[in-house]
Design a protein around this ligand. Structure first.
Ligand code: ARG
Ligand code: ZN
Length: 884
């Protein structure tokens, strides 16, 4: 806990470790209140380092004994200070035997060794291993591990660690042991152990090279019937990596373990992936279509890390995007390929871009803005961000856009050929891509070093006489903390042209032989002009197709042009984009109208365009659902000069209600016609239908007609899957029918009782109430008193507290500042329990300086109240940067 600003670590201060570890042997005597750890580590001097001292890291450890080359050390043979243990002027080769004591039952941070429902788990990334023993806990120190686990046989029948099981047996006093050996060298952040009362679904699986491997999914006993989808997802992931990248599983055994208390989504520990239960457990009764899709993508993500992260790892934590950006890109491509269709790929792309815009663009424009490869941090856990992950994935995607799929694959092959078994940097990745393709990509490095979302301005001129089209592209990038001047980026801008019938027109430049229907322009200077010839008529330009770069495109297009794109663009992404732009334009002027107390109106051209999309049965239901979903409140607010959440909320509600009124018949049709046939299947087709059907239902419930309320109640009761049931309940609660219709009143309670024993469903129950436009702080405070609520479980805390603070804009920003007071109280309490989760909650206030003046004051007050407390390093960094 600190009250002043914690020390800053700088990327350019990197120096190699003074000593390298070759091997480590760990023995754990596991017990909840006191666990003994003996670490025997073989180290040798690193010729690349000037430092003569051995430097080990350790946090919150009780050191019992340390011996070097057989001799017990006493101070001043070694010194401990501020999380470091230093042995001055050590010999070139040493064996250290270190005994430490841990208290897993006291560990609420969920880093290092901790308990969840009575079982033992570890989380070491980024710097959790130092909470287990003293070690050079940094990713460029890679060693082979042997791990012996000893524990009570009855309470902890299952003992797991990385690699292969080499020995197991009984011990006196009802205890037993298991010994594991991981043949691959790895950094300490990939170490893991699990001990407890668990069961598994297992399968033998044949790899492309003919080897058989054992796949296991470990869960608590009552969850065994929810593991089939995770297992399927794992097998699909293995196949996909073999086919798309020629990468094979290198172990004989691959395990996934589900844990209910987990700070993040999942963790790629070598051969022993540990997952938040929410990314493993599914059956139609408890999981929605979104849950099914998320499980597939997270299982893929962690599996893909085995090559991008584990075999080739990061030199230091500033390089985090080397593995995360790349692995997110890989999981995005996996999910896209899994849909098996072009429109499925487009749906996935739209969803990913929506996330980027809703979460990463604001981050890039706020006090926490940082480059994909950050230059400094106070707490590395604060840099597991949407910038490092999602923008990082966009950066990787741009290589593929610039080099083509084959060129990208060549780059990947060279990357593994050069760096297998090494800890490397983002620059090494860039060099592999450049060298494999004989291209100079030095300018591309700016995507790693410069923060902020670039703006690309496009102007187009059609010359009727010469039949030429001139495109002038220019770029700029706003200032971000610590970066005032920006150099131009290399930006791939994919372009298409539509004729008056909506058909693609060929794109030909002077001297071209071929004239493709879509082409990627490379914008590398501040401003560039591209001229196309033989352009038969004045086209409508479809720019930044498939979102070819993570930029904000500024291009004036009329409503007519956008309507043309919305109905005809062969690029699905840009069809969707045109609809969003039409809506956004209106939502912004409606927001102004609300603020000025003017009457709100919506033009019929827009309503007609929405009708056309809604009734276009040739268009994939999933795409229709995306097109008919209005930009989120945060997206709209971002585009205003001063954020006025209440006004934005009212504007959006007005538009939704108007679309409900004017398209009532069409919504009802969509609800009726998009029922799925047969047993529940989480396929993209069926999920798309359900999404559209349930969007229709949510619109219908905005109308003052109890018949629709009853329709939703009926859907709730007859649903054979969680998607339909949850959608019905959510819409009923959010549109206030649970207060107005007696038959609906009892539904939240009914839902609770039905799923009382399913923690993940109870999370949904809390979250749907927290995000209701009718829920104020009083509602949420009351829910916090519910016996099922606890701040200690991250999923539960997120469902209610984050649900309200992050995803209930209008209520969180209540004019009286009550939302901010609520936020500060919970942040302070949560920070004492779990700094990592608390620091995420702290991010709710990123944008406070852009709020309307009446909100800025209470927001600042709440921030100052938090700042006066003694805070963790994690939360201190966020609050410090937010206030500065
Ligand atoms: N590497 C994990 C992933 O797959 C995330 C782990 C983050 N853990 C943390 N304590 N920050 O993305
Ligand atoms: Zn990852």
């Amino acid at each position: 806990m600190t009250s002043s600003n914690p020390a800053t670590v700088y990327r350019l201060d990197y120096t190699a470790s003074s000593f390298l570890a070759d091997r480590i042997d760990l023995v754990f005597d596991l017990a909840p209140s006191v666990t003994q750890v003996r670490a025997t580590t073989e180290l040798h001097r690193n010729p690349d380092s000037e430092n003569r001292d051995i430097v080990l890291y350790g946090e919150e450890l009780e050191l019992v004994r340390i011996a070097m080359n057989g001799k017990v050390l006493a101070k001043p043979d070694y010194a401990t200070d501020n999380g470091e243990l230093r042995i001055p002027d050590a010999p070139d080769k040493v064996t250290l035997v270190i005994d430490t004591l841990l208290h897993p039952d006291q560990n609420t941070s969920l880093m290092g060794l901790y308990l969840s429902n009575g079982n033992f788990f570890t989380q070491c990334e980024a710097e959790g291993f130092r909470k287990i023993t003293y070690f050079p806990d940094r990713p460029d120190v890679m060693a082979t591990y042997t791990v012996t686990l000893r524990a009570d046989r009855e309470k902890y029948p299952v003992l797991l660690s990385n690699g292969n099981l080499v020995e197991e047996g009984d011990l006196p006093n009802g205890r037993h042991y298991a010994k594991w050996e991981d043949p691959f060298k790895k950094p300490s952040y990939l170490f893991a152990l699990v001990a407890g009362n668990l069961v598994c679904r297992e399968e033998t699986f044949r790899l492309a090279d003919g080897r058989d491997v054992l796949l296991q999914v470990w869960v608590e006993k009552n969850n065994l019937d929810k593991t089939a989808h995770a297992m399927e997802s794992l097998k699909h992931s293995i196949r996909w990596d073999e086919r798309r990248f020629g990468l094979e599983l290198d172990l004989d055994r691959f395990m996934i373990v589900a844990v209910s208390d987990f700070n993040m989504g999942a963790m790629e520990n070598k051969g022993l992936n540990i997952f938040n239960t929410r990314y493993v457990l599914a059956n139609p009764r408890i999981a929605t279509d979104l849950d099914y899709a998320n499980i597939e993508s997270v299982v893929g993500h962690e599996y893909f890390h085995n090559w991008t992260g584990n075999r080739v790892t990061c030199r230091d934590w500033f390089q985090l995007s080397l593995k995360e950006g790349l692995t997110v890109f890989r999981d995005q491509e996996f999910s896209a390929d899994r849909t098996g269709s072009e429109s499925g790929r487009a749906v996935k792309r739209i969803e990913d871009v929506r996330t980027l815009r809703q979460l990463q663009f604001p981050e890039d424009a706020g006090p926490m803005a940082h480059p994909v490869r950050p230059d400094s941090y106070q707490e590395i856990n604060n840099f597991y961000t949407v910038t490092v992950y999602e923008k990082g994935a966009e950066v990787v995607r741009m290589y593929q856009t610039l080099l083509g799929r084959d060129g990208f694959r060549k780059g990947m092959d060279l990357y593994f050929k050069r760096h297998d078994g090494q800890a490397v940097t983002c620059t090494d990745f860039l060099a592999a891509m450049a060298d494999a393709n004989g291209r100079d990509l030095s300018q591309f490095e700016r995507w790693y070093s410069q923060a902020g979302t670039p703006r690309v301005k496009l102007q187009s001129h059609y010359d009727e006489k010469n039949r030429t089209l001139t495109l002038i592209l220019s770029q700029s990038c706003p200032q971000t903390p610590g970066q005032t001047e920006k150099q131009p980026f290399l930006i791939p801008v994919a372009i298409g042209l539509l004729d008056s019938h909506g058909k693609d027109m060929p794109l030909r430049m002077e001297g071209d032989k071929a004239a493709p229907n879509s082409r990627t322009l490379e914008l590398s200077e501040e401003s560039q002009t591209f001229t196309f010839i033989d352009v038969a008529e004045k086209p409508v330009v479809s720019a930044l197709r498939n979102f070819s770069a993570p930029v904000i495109l500024e291009y004036e297009q009329s409503d007519d042009e956008l309507l043309h794109l919305l109905s005809h663009d062969s690029d699905h992404f840009n069809r969707w984009e045109a609809g969003q732009r039409l809506a956004l334009r209106r939502l912004l002027s409606l927001t102004k109208a609300v603020q000025a107390d003017r009457t709100l109106t919506l033009d019929s051209a827009f309503i007609d365009a929405f009708r056309a999309v809604l009734t276009d049965t040739a268009l994939d239901p999933a795409l229709r659902e995306l097109a008919l979903t209005l930009p989120g409140e945060m997206m709209i607010a971002e585009k205003t000069d001063e954020i006025d959440p209440a006004a934005t909320h009212r504007a959006r509600q007005f538009m939704r209600r108007t679309l409900a009124e004017n398209l009532e018949k069409e919504w009802l049709n969509a609800w009726q016609e998009n029922r799925t046939e047969g047993a529940y299947r989480p396929t993209p087709q069926d999920a798309g239908k359900r999404a559209l059907k349930n969007l229709a239902l949510s619109y219908l419930l905005l109308l003052d007609k109890p018949a629709y309320g009853r329709m939703a109640i009926d859907q709730y009761h007859t649903a054979d899957n969680m998607s339909d049931r949850l959608a019905a309940l959510t819409s009923l609660v959010h549109s206030g029918w649970t207060d107005k219709l007696p038959e609906a009143k009892a539904l939240p309670d009914h839902f609770y009782r039905e799923y009382e024993n399913e923690a993940l469903v109870i999370d949904k129950w809390f979250s749907l109430q927290a995000t209701s436009p009718n829920a104020d702080t009083a509602t949420v405070r009351k829910l916090m008193k519910h016996p099922a609520f606890t701040l200690k479980n991250p999923n539960r805390a997120r469902s209610l507290i984050f649900g309200f603070c992050h995803n209930n804009m209008a209520q969180f920003h209540a004019a009286d500042g009550s939302g901010y007071t609520f936020w500060s109280e919970n942040l302070i309490e949560l920070d004492r329990i779990n700094p990592q989760v608390a620091a995420r909650l702290a991010r709710c206030m990123d944008q406070w300086k852009r709020y309307i003046p009446s909100l800025r004051k209470p927001a600042e007050q709440a921030l100052r109240n938090v700042s006066e407390q003694s805070l963790s390093r994690d939360t201190r960094e966020i609050i410090g940067k937010t206030l500065s």
